[in-house]
Design a protein around this ligand. Structure first.
Ligand SMILES: Cc1cc2nc3c(=O)[nH]c(=O)nc-3n(C[C@H](O)[C@H](O)[C@H](O)COP(=O)(O)OP(=O)(O)OC[C@H]3O[C@@H](n4cnc5c(N)ncnc54)[C@H](O)[C@@H]3O)c2cc1C
Length: 402
């Protein structure tokens, strides 16, 4: 690979997901150059269905950060969520409890807004560019080797390298094993997720506990809806036809109130495993990790994309101070300030998951205990407020130092 053309930039970013693109945008606003490399094409990223719920902080990052205000026009504001158990709805009024709402706005739209903004601002974002090797992350000139969209081997050197390359991060693999720890937890259940061509069944997300297992009634837009139900992690999604999927969902949401989902053709189905991961530390020399590369959470609390945005906002601030002071120790502030929120999100996501899902072979005692917990949360104002605070997100710790 020697002899590949070498390019330079201030901040090299691996990954053009929400984390990498937002960071590149914020750096641009601060007059700091960056190059973003992503292995996938823009079309591939836009065709991947993932997150849908944005905390108010993530909406502000898009709107107040000058990316786009489309979320306010095309997204749906949700002032509450519903916990459904014993066949009855218990609404958690997020807005009344916290003064905050969340927004339903698909990750593909977040990505398109960010990619369009970077393109309009002349940003250097390269799709189809696969990073194959991380170079000297603890030197003053870290870099990566990559293969560009034409299949040519190239090298990028920078002052700071940021791994925003998702849960299978190549940058994370470049952390020295003797210095870094991967704190990992795998849950004994997964989600079977579908997108159905059907009208909305509910206006807000409905988190359902039932004797047949968990189900989440969600939405996407006027014509397509997103629903999930708990399944064994080894489930093969292709084994399930539409009829079987709808029957499973319907029996989980059924109750004395006669509620039933509005059905339609299922246009996408996949199984989503439940994992928690935190990398500590997220810095090695002049390489830092953000978003899913640094941590993953189970999807129950809808925290992944929101955490990625929160990381990036802290990192942008830290990079600005690092460049002003020239002091590499400033880079440690990133993990101190971002880490608190990461662990809150880990706790919140795993608490919601444990409360709503039956473990395989769950004993009757444990299910009754979970139902008591749900009732305590739903029927106590303090319980509802705790859930609402976590669901709408926490404030980012204030800026420290010069
Ligand atoms: C089904 C599902 C539902 C979800 N629902 C929610 C939700 O409601 N709310 C929420 O907040 N979160 C949710 N999440 C999580 C959310 O999608 C992720 O947390 C979010 O995408 C993280 O953004 P990121 O930029 O860190 O990583 P990613 O979006 O994964 O982006 C990483 C990018 O790096 C690129 N890359 C990887 N390796 C390389 C390489 N070697 N070279 C170059 N590029 C590379 C990848 O192509 C990718 O585009 C959900 C996830 C899933 C799967």
């Amino acid at each position: 690979m020697g002899g590949a053309p070498v390019e330079t930039t201030r901040v090299g970013i691996v990954g053009a997901g929400p984390a990498g693109l937002l960071l590149s945008h914020l750096l641009h606003l601060s007059g700091i150059d960056s190059v973003v490399l992503d292995a996938r094409t823009r079309e591939e990223i836009e065709a991947t269905h993932r997150a849908g719920i944005l905390e108010p902080g993530a909406v502000a990052a898009l709107v107040d950060g000058g990316v786009s205000d489309r979320v306010l026009r095309d997204g749906d504001r949700h002032d509450g969520i519903v916990l459904r158990f014993d066949g009855e709805d218990h609404r958690i009024d997020l807005k009344a409890l916290t003064g905050r709402s969340v927004w339903l706005y698909p990750q593909q739209d977040v990505f398109a807004d960010l990619a369009d903004r970077r393109a309009a601002d002349g940003g250097d974002v390269r799709f189809g560019a696969t990073v194959t090797e991380v170079l000297e992350p603890d030197s003053r000139r870290p870099g990566v080797r990559f293969v560009d969209a034409d299949g040519a081997a190239r090298e990028l050197r920078c002052d700071l390298l940021v791994g925003a390359d998702g849960s299978r991060s190549a940058c994370r693999r470049a952390l020295p094993t003797e210095e870094s720890r991967l704190l990992f937890h795998e849950y004994p259940y997964a989600w079977f997720g579908i997108i159905a061509q059907a009208p909305r069944s509910t206006d807000e997300l409905v988190y359902t506990e039932s004797e047949h297992g968990f189900a989440l009634v969600s939405q996407r837009n006027a014509t397509h809806q997103r629903h999930y139900f708990q399944c064994d992690p080894a489930t093969d999604a292709t084994d399930w036809d539409d009829e079987r999927i709808w029957a499973e969902l319907q029996r989980r949401v059924a109750g004395p109130d006669g509620f039933a989902l509005r059905e339609g053709p299922i246009v996408e189905r996949s199984v989503l495993r439940f994992r928690s991961l935190v990398v500590e530390p997220v810095r090695h020399g002049r390489m830092l990790l953000v978003g899913d590369a640094a941590h993953t959470v189970p999807p129950t609390g809808a925290k992944g994309l929101n955490l990625a945005f929160a990381d990036v906002q802290v990192l942008h601030d830290v990079v600005g101070r690092w460049l002003r002071t020239g002091d590499d120790d400033v880079l440690n502030d990133y993990r101190h300030r971002a880490g608190e929120r990461v662990w809150r999100a880990q706790h919140f996501s795993s608490w919601m998951s444990a409360m709503l899902h039956a473990r395989p072979g769950e004993e009757p005692f444990e299910r009754r205990r979970r139902l008591a917990e749900l009732r305590m949360v739903a029927e106590s104002e303090h319980g509802r407020a705790f859930l609402a605070e976590g669901y709408t997100g926490w404030d980012t710790p204030p800026v420290a130092g010069p």
